[in-house]
Design a protein around this ligand. Structure first.
Ligand code: NAD
Length: 484
């Protein structure tokens, strides 16, 4: 199986290569096979990418918003037409099953392009009357924005960052995760085909060093990162040196609270979606499932029965429900967390080991019960199909335990009592919340974290704030009243 792109990078409207850059092997996680070999961007290529973005951005910002919108909408149409091929490539890049990549990855990217295309012409300023004089405000583009992606939703992340950036008149230089570099190149091709002028969306490949070079360049106005909290701290600090704007979409250890009046089937289904979709490699997963004692046994019975039926297999097979983890590194990390959970006394309900399928990086969907707040499994982000079930008695108790974490990305509540649902959500420290649902992230709704889980928001009208800046213009309508 091969998925070798034309070249490693896409700069100024065309593919670019420099074999002097260190190699990046792209591995199909279901077999361990090398499907493409790319090169990291050299400093000269990073410079070319930033220079072409800076060149193209001024004219783009001066283009009528409806014209920018038309191009983005065309790109969304092309994505939808090619979704089957794009989904297959996403599956090869990430190991996620076609069942997911056909409906979740590129389609949500197309939604973002369509949404921000619609929003672009509506972004307007204000007029502030001051008697004789007045002030008007303009919402202007920031300039050159850098996007740095994680490997779990590589193409969705490329779209979620580039759509608002481009819609509001910015240029973007995007660095995908070195683990999943392929999808962003397809997006670059699609943008050109849709009519986007060269230089406005460039892709440079590389590891952290290339990301750091981008985040510290004086031509860059904003850095938007999706990644882990430790990387977020570094990138935030690097951006701060140049007082750059940032959006930080980081990790989580989110609580999903199930009260004993909840529908067991719905709560179990949501907990499974919120722990096993994408083999658990989703930032907003509800990885601390707090279950009220009165419903605990029924919840665990149904959870064990339904989890045992999850179909692991070849991600390219339409029937497969769960694929491998993205890499050997991630496999070792997740197996390490499972071993620690066992040694710290968590009770294994199902799963608990590697799944022997080809030579892929498969882990069985795993559930631990009787997890306590102090266990490593309840404190650290695992990023694999490992669910921790914790017990609780009262509402006040569960709220304070749910908030006892450095993270604040997401939270969910299952209850038949709507008043309680809103009351509890109102007290949870998290940027993205659900009541009687989990992990649905439509582009219309702002998405992002509080506490260590991030800064800024993607999607929704909130993204306007993060990809534009306000200029105030005071207009004097009479003589200047100077005391000298
Ligand atoms: P990571 O932090 O290892 O890497 C993220 C990106 O940062 C990669 O492209 C990497 O090359 C780059 N990078 C690393 N060091 C850098 C540096 N010093 N300067 C600039 N760039 C640097 O994360 P990952 O393992 O790719 O992804 C998993 C993490 O992402 C998880 O913690 C997950 O929760 C988080 N995530 C968050 C969201 C969200 O929206 N909140 C979404 C998806 C994933």
């Amino acid at each position: 199986m091969k998925a070798q792109p034309t070249a490693s990078h896409f700069i100024d409207g065309a593919y670019a290569e420099d074999t002097a850059g260190a190699t990046i092997e792209v591995i199909y996680p279901a077999t361990g096979e090398v499907i493409a070999v790319l090169h990291e961007a050299t400093p000269a290529l990073v410079d070319r990418a930033l220079a072409s973005a800076a060149r193209a951005q001024t004219a783009w910002a001066a283009t009528r918003p409806v014209e920018r919108a038309r191009i983005l909408r065309r790109a969304a149409d092309i994505i939808r037409e090619r979704n089957p091929d794009l989904a297959r490539l996403e599956t090869l890049d990430t190991g996620k099953p076609l069942q997911e990549t056909l409906v979740a990855d590129w389609p949500s990217g197309a939604d973002a392009l369509e949404y921000f295309a619609g929003l672009a012409p509506t972004v307007v300023g204000q007029t502030i009357p001051l008697g004789r004089d007045f002030v008007y405000t303009l919402r202007e583009a920031l300039g050159v924005c850098v996007g740095i992606g994680a490997w779990n939703y590589p193409s969705q992340i490329a779209c979620w960052k580039s759509a608002p950036a481009l819609a509001f008149g910015n240029a973007m230089v995007f660095k995908p995760s070195e683990v999943t570099p392929l999808g962003a190149l397809q997006l670059a091709e699609i943008f050109v085909e849709a009519g986007l002028p060269p230089g406005l969306f460039n892709v440079v490949q590389g590891r952290g060093g290339v990301g750091a070079a981008l985040a510290t360049d004086s031509r860059v106005a904003k850095v938007s990162l999706t990644g882990s909290v430790p990387t977020g701290r570094k990138v935030y600090a690097a951006a701060a040196a140049g007082v750059r704007h940032v959006t930080m979409e980081l990790g989580g250890k989110s609580p999903l609270i199930v009260f004993d009046d909840a529908s067991v089937e719905d709560a179990v289904g949501a907990a499974m979606l919120g722990n096993f979709y994408s083999a658990g490699q989703v930032c907003s997963n509800g990885t601390r499932v707090f279950v009220q004692k009165g419903i605990k046994d029924r919840f665990l019975d149904r959870l064990a029965a339904r989890t045992a039926k999850i179909l692991l297999g070849d991600p390219l097979d339409d029937a497969t429900q769960m694929g491998p983890l993205v890499s050997a590194v991630q496999l070792d990390k997740v197996l390490g967390y499972i071993a620690t959970a066992k040694s710290e006394g968590a009770r294994l309900i199902t799963g608990g080991g590697r799944a022997a399928l080809n030579s892929g990086y498969y882990v069985q969907p795993t559930v631990f019960a009787d997890v306590t707040d102090a266990m490593t499994l309840a404190r650290e982000e695992v990023f694999g199909p490992v669910m921790a079930v914790l017990d609780f008695d009262s509402e006040d108790e569960v709220i304070s335990r749910a908030n006892d974490t450095e993270f604040g990305l997401a939270a969910g509540v299952f209850t038949a009592d709507l008043t309680r649902g809103h009351r509890v959500i109102g007290q949870l420290q998290a940027g993205t919340c659900w009541i009687n649902a989990y992990n649905l992230t439509p582009v219309e709704a702002p998405f992002g974290g509080s506490k260590q889980s991030g800064v800024g928001r993607e999607n929704g009208h909130a993204a306007v704030e993060h990809y534009t800046q306000v200029k105030s213009v005071y207009v004097g309508m009479g003589p200047v009243d100077a005391p000298y």
